[in-house]
Design a protein around this ligand. Structure first.
Ligand SMILES: C[S@@+](CC[C@H](N)C(=O)[O-])C[C@H]1O[C@@H](n2cnc3c(N)ncnc32)[C@H](O)[C@@H]1O
Ligand code: SF4
Length: 461
């Protein structure tokens, strides 16, 4: 059982604050290359079917009605609801093509609709999407799957939540970001508390088992007090989980972020103070820090899984289900089948063209080699469970840890001196002060993290 305490050490966090990946995968998505083809993907599915095992399905619905200036998600902003129709037709086609390749008896343990804004689809379209998924895959009917959806409370009506529950969803995540009217105005996301909490209450009443709220710290005009007030308001309605994202401000990459005035951005010190205050409030309210922006109540399944050392991480974030093969559907989706990560094309045009030719829309991928798998196991163990047992890795991968990772172990020594972790002959234990800096610790084991990539990641805090 692990101790889930955290310690917020401003001096340490400042010293370690550099850009780094969020490790929803290792190698990260940046390593996917276009030498990988549809034929490679098909081969991998054959191998994975031979092994069997449960599946996880991810569906990307890219559309949003309005743009939030801070947004770094893969989305298409349009007021024209007609765009959903041809996209849905292609998505259904993709489900049928992929569905025929995967063994029919493989149970779907996890399912997620993300975006963009999944509820950009109307009731009939959502129904169709789920019905087609059921037609080609073995969805669980006893409500024991982890079936989740991202909701923009501004994009739901009185019927939506009930319908989603009837379709089989049992976990819901609501985008909020900030309730301060001035902040909302500068980021072009006007969203009332009443509307947001009505959706949350309805989800509870319909029997959604886990509720999550997304907030972002570091947005323009935010202050320690203003963010603390937002958090207090949300704490009153007691969601099971929080995602408190660090605002990734990369205007060179995301055009709409250029609408944000530099002068309105909180300084690095203010950001850190906001996070510190937020962590205190969450701890006082009884939430546990899971890692990488996520907090949960102690009786939430993520917190329980972590306590037992059984937490996992995939492209959708933390999960209490062990590694399933993950199939991505829709533009930009990333999947993991066997030892391969693969990604679908990014634009609607190519997606449409490939599906019209009955081709899978895969355009990039990476076949993990033995070293990738070894490092992925280490990073997953550290980022999910905050410890590492060398023996377990040695037995699984037939290596001598100290010999294979001599250089990395040296790199951990200054972190030990700084109180981030304890390094012993038998393993690594991440200490309370190292938990907010877990990606720095994981970065030590990342072979691809060459200088050229660092600028493509957001800062750690
Ligand atoms: C796909 S959106 C959630 C669903 C829905 N579109 C909405 O906004 O309510 C995923 C989440 O990513 C987070 N996000 C988007 N852009 C971000 C950025 N630049 N930095 C940090 N978090 C960001 C927001 O918290 C957002 O709720
Ligand atoms: S935050 Fe959500 S609603 Fe806003 S633009 Fe991004 S994906 Fe769309």
């Amino acid at each position: 059982m692990i101790d889930q305490a955290i310690k917020f050490d401003v001096e340490l966090i400042n010293r370690y604050d550099k850009a780094g990946p969020r490790y929803t995968s290792y190698p990260t998505a940046l390593e996917l290359h276009d030498g990988y083809t549809e034929a490679n993907y098909r081969q991998e599915i054959i191998k994975s079917n031979a092994l069997g095992g449960p599946l996880s399905l991810y569906f990307h619905i890219p559309f949003c009605d309005t743009v939030c200036y801070y947004c770094a998600c893969n989305k298409i902003v349009t007021k024209n609801r007609q765009h959903a129709e041809p996209y849905l037709a292609n998505l259904l086609k993709e489900i049928s093509l992929q569905g025929r390749l995967f063994a029919a008896n493989r149970e779907v343990r996890q399912l997620h609709w993300g975006g963009g804004t999944p509820t950009f689809l109307n009731a009939q379209q959502m129904q169709k999407l789920m019905a087609t998924t059921r037609q080609y895959f073995s969805l669980k009917d006893d409500d024991t799957g982890e079936y989740s959806i991202e909701i923009d409370p501004r994009e739901t009506n009185s019927e939506t939540i009930k319908q989603l529950r009837d379709l089989g969803f049992n976990r819901i995540s609501l985008g909020v970001q900030d309730f301060d009217p001035a902040v909302q105005k500068t980021v072009n996301r006007l969203q009332s508390e009443a509307q947001t909490f009505a959706v949350l209450e309805q989800a509870r009443a319909e029997g959604f088992r886990s509720t999550n709220i997304d907030l972002i710290y570091g947005l323009p005009l935010q202050t320690v007090d203003s963010f603390s007030k937002t958090l207090d308001k949300v704490l009153k309605v007691s969601p099971d989980r929080f995602s408190i994202f660090n605002y990734a401000h990369m205007p060179a990459r995301f055009k709409t972020q250029r609408q944000i005035n530099d002068a309105d951005m909180p300084t690095a010190d203010v950001k850190l103070d906001i996070l510190q205050r937020a962590s205190q409030q969450l701890a006082e309210a009884g939430y546990i820090y899971i890692g990488m922006d996520h907090f949960a109540k102690p009786d939430d399944e993520l917190a329980i899984a972590q306590k037992k050392g059984k937490l996992y991480r995939n492209f959708q974030g933390y999960s209490s289900h062990s590694d399933c093969d993950l199939i991505g559907f829709g533009v930009t989706s990333i999947g993991r089948v066997g030892d391969v990560y693969s990604q679908n094309v990014k634009d609607l045009e190519s997606y449409n063209q490939l599906l019209n030719q009955d081709k899978l829309p895969v355009y990039k991928g990476i076949q993990l080699n033995a070293d990738d798998k070894l490092r992925a196991a280490i990073i997953t163990q550290l980022i999910c469970n905050f410890n590492l047992e060398f023996l377990q890795i040695e037995q699984s991968f037939s290596i001598i840890f100290a010999e294979y990772f001599g250089e990395e172990l040296e790199m951990l020594l200054p972190m030990q001196t700084d109180g981030l972790l304890i390094l012993t002959e038998t393993g690594v234990e991440v200490l309370a002060a190292g938990r907010f800096l877990i990606r720095n610790i994981c970065m030590v084991f990342d072979k691809y993290l060459a200088q050229k990539h660092q600028q493509q990641f957001s800062k750690v805090i």
